[in-house]
Design a protein around this ligand. Structure first.
Ligand code: CUK
Ligand code: CUA
Length: 623
């Protein structure tokens, strides 16, 4: 039997064992669920009576929909889809000028990891950051109105999958790359992979006043693949840790070729030191980006060996340890920051690779936690009592264990194949240990069938007791990667946009609505209100606009209804255009009237009993 065959056989046996365990758990739970009183107590835990609100917001990534899904916890009711990387006809996101420019012509994105802005290591509820693995972007959602406020493209990246995560005071939003590519978007054949291809981590900053990103610097690393990473806390707050795979430099058939080595690395990077170095002038200019080479800044970047092909790494709430989840090695490895700092201090390095000193595994590792039969650990979450929770993708379960002792406390099945899990306040220095949501890749037969491709699923698990209690499973659109759950007290959305008479393009008095023509540009400074549009107050027909074929048309619309939830839509029939203006907002729709004819305009958002009457006409005179 050759090695490949042995590996395949052991893999198949592993999966079979995992399925058996999942089945036993499932059968067990089914028995439990026959118990009506247990179901009743579960239902009571998640029932939010009419007039009351969920205690938590869950901000869930929408994967390759490019959107953010907002859920209420514990009811698991979906509250809102927030478009981030993808146009959204329902809200006109990507149709009005500002959002169209932000999207930069892209029509999809692959959003994996939300990160809420932090102050002193706790979610502060002001902004949420998102990564786009599909098109190398980072986005910020303003949580005062749940609108995407900025998107920045990142050069030199091959899918910023290993972010986003923020440092303790949101000094940096970090995004390591998934695939290595040649720098500067240059061409190089795959035969030159080891020399020409680079792994890059982007360190971006975000100005909360201006609501804008900036790319502070990038670090060029070996052409390994980076996987989900984390920032330090408290004693380790100057550091970030990143898992790697494909230290084999496979350029083809990764599933076999990138799994050869018994060990890959965790890269430890001191962002404070790098920041100082950049201030002192370190780094090369690569097409306008400051690029740091580890060889040029000593004492800032180190590697620690880890069991092969790890997936996530998570820093414990107290910041003393980082835990790698094994993926191909069925265990969680606990590393100690203190031990790592000691080895660095003593310069106890085993070797150097690409100019990066490598620490000894035994010197940094504290313990290996290997629950029998648990397979495919991917990510780690935490409670407030020193426990960790790991998702097991292959054995379809969540394992609870004590960080200090390594002792496994409980295991509960998930339906099925969990990727991430998210605990309430789970990534902060003070998780509250109430709920955990497992974000599953598969739903199988949990819900009414909608054809061969089922929805994905999420399991709500009560983690407030010693034993976990599985409460329910709910369907979710693909692709549930990660979510963060934040207490509702930390989110304070505005009720309406403040009336601001100085705002550019705004019109607040009905008599000021007007049309201005500049050459072939037609600017409509209009009003949307219950239940009419006013484009030109001086005209006989205030809700009609006449333009010439080929004119550039700008509808600058202000919604002067300052009442909560009175949003007006603006659809132009047969012109493939729709956008919205929320209460008190001014928004601009720009397009070229290249089709002659008569096109009804109507409000697309039900706003009053006379919503149906809220309409007008766009008349395009032929050339
Ligand atoms: S990755 Cu999806 S299960 Cu993109 Cu966070 Cu681990
Ligand atoms: Cu305004 Cu409907």
């Amino acid at each position: 039997m050759n090695r490949t065959t042995a590996r395949i056989i052991s893999g198949v046996l592993g999966i079979a064992l995992g399925l058996l365990i999942a089945f036993v758990f499932f059968a067990d739970l089914n028995k439990g669920e026959e118990n009506a009183s247990s179901n009743k107590s579960k239902a009571e835990k998640v029932f939010v009576p009419y007039g009351e609100l969920d205690e938590y917001y869950m901000m869930a990534s929408g994967g390759h929909s490019g959107q953010l899904f907002v859920y209420g916890v514990p009811s698991m009711r979906k509250i809102r889809t927030v478009p981030v990387f993808t146009p959204d006809p329902a809200t006109g996101y990507g149709y009005d000028d500002k959002t169209k420019e932000m999207l930069g012509g892209y029509t999809w994105g692959d959003f994996h990891h939300p990160a809420i802005s932090e102050t002193a290591g706790d979610y502060d509820g002001e902004f949420l950051f998102a990564n786009d693995v599909g098109n190398n972007r980072v986005a910020a959602v303003d949580l005062s109105n749940f609108h995407t406020t900025d998107i920045m493209s990142l050069p030199n990246m091959g899918g910023p999958h290993a972010g986003v995560f923020v440092t303790e005071n949101t000094e940096y939003i970090a995004l390591p790359t998934r695939f290595a590519r040649p720098l500067g978007d240059e061409y190089a054949p795959l035969d030159k992979y080891e020399e020409e291809y680079k792994g890059v981590v982007s360190m971006t900053t975000f100005d909360r006043e201006k609501k804008k990103f900036d790319l502070a610097y990038q670090v060029v690393l070996p052409p390994w693949s980076y996987d989900l990473s984390d920032a330090g806390k408290k004693m380790s707050s100057d550091w970030i840790v990143m898992t790697t795979y494909n230290t084999e430099f496979a350029t083809t058939n990764q599933e076999i070729n990138a799994s050869q080595h018994d060990r890959d690395y965790i890269v430890m990077m001191n962002w404070k030191k790098l920041e100082e170095a950049v201030k002192a002038g370190a780094g090369n200019d690569i097409k306008g980006t400051t690029m740091i080479d580890p060889r040029d800044v000593k004492g800032a970047i180190f590697a620690v060996p880890v069991a092969k092909s790890p997936h996530g790494v998570d820093v414990t709430p107290d910041g003393t340890r980082f835990i790698a989840a094994g993926k191909l090695a069925p265990m969680m490895t606990v590393f100690s920051f203190e031990k790592a700092f000691e080895a660095i201090e003593k310069e106890n390095f085993k070797e150097e690779t690409f100019g990066i000193p490598v620490l000894g595994y035994e010197d940094v590792m504290e313990k290996e936690v290997d629950p029998p039969g648990a397979l495919g650990p991917l990510h780690t979450q935490f409670d407030d009592r020193g426990n960790a929770f790991n998702t097991m993708f292959i054995s379809s379960e969540v394992v609870k264990w004590n960080i200090e002792s390594g002792e496994v406390i409980d295991r509960t099945p998930s339906y099925f194949s969990p990727g991430h899990a998210s605990a309430t306040e789970g990534d902060t220095v003070s998780p509250d240990g109430k709920w955990l949501v497992a974000l599953n890749k598969i739903a199988k037969d949990n819900f009414l069938s909608v054809g061969p491709s089922h929805p994905e699923s999420m399991d709500l698990i009560d983690i407030s007791g010693e034993k976990m209690e599985h409460i329910m499973a709910v369907p979710v659109d693909p692709e549930p990667h990660y979510a963060q759950i934040i207490h509702r007290d930390k989110i304070n959305p505005i009720k309406v946009y403040e009336k601001d008479e100085d705002r550019e393009n705004s019109v607040w008095k009905q008599e000021d609505a007007r049309i201005e023509r500049k050459g072939n540009e037609v600017h409509i400074y209009g009003i949307a209100m219950r239940s009419k549009f006013i484009f030109d107050a001086s005209a006989e027909r205030q809700d009609a606009v006449s333009v010439k074929q080929g004119d550039k048309v700008f509808f600058h619309m202000t919604n002067i209804d300052l009442d909560q939830d009175i949003t007006h839509g603006f659809g132009i029939n047969d012109y493939n255009l729709n956008f919205e203006v929320q209460p008190g907002q001014t928004n601009t729709l720009e397009f070229t009237a290249d089709k002659a004819g008569v096109y009804p305009i109507y409000c697309t958002n039900f706003c009053s009993a006379l919503h149906q009457e809220m309409s007008g006409y766009l008349l395009v005179e032929p050339k």
